[in-house]
Ligand binder design. Structure first.
Ligand SMILES: [Zn+2]
Length: 92
């Protein structure tokens, strides 16, 4: 984790975390009250909505994955056409 990183696309300050699976994941540098990424020692854990609420309630700081807030998030997945399958983001 090197402080002072910025997004390659929008230049927002981000920080890199490593998930428990060993994947590098950029999150917003500032904790967010809507975030769902918790810091677990050296690793980052991605929480479900209820877990995130509980963690917040317990006073933890949660971070937002930068891909969720980046205005240029499309570019992150430049390889995939955006229209392939709208799935993933279901709301009720
Ligand atoms: Zn960005």
């Amino acid at each position: 984790v090197s402080p002072g990183d910025e997004c390659n696309y929008c230049r927002a300050p981000i920080r890199w975390m490593t998930t428990v699976n060993g994947k590098a994941m950029p999150v917003d540098a500032q904790p967010s009250e809507r975030g769902n990424v918790i810091r677990l020692g050296e690793h980052a854990g991605v929480l479900g909505p209820r877990q995130a609420d509980a963690a917040r309630y317990a006073g933890n700081q949660l971070f937002m994955p930068h891909v969720a807030t980046c205005p240029d998030a499309d570019k992150w997945r430049g390889k995939k056409p955006a229209r392939a399958g709208a799935g993933r983001r279901r709301r009720r």
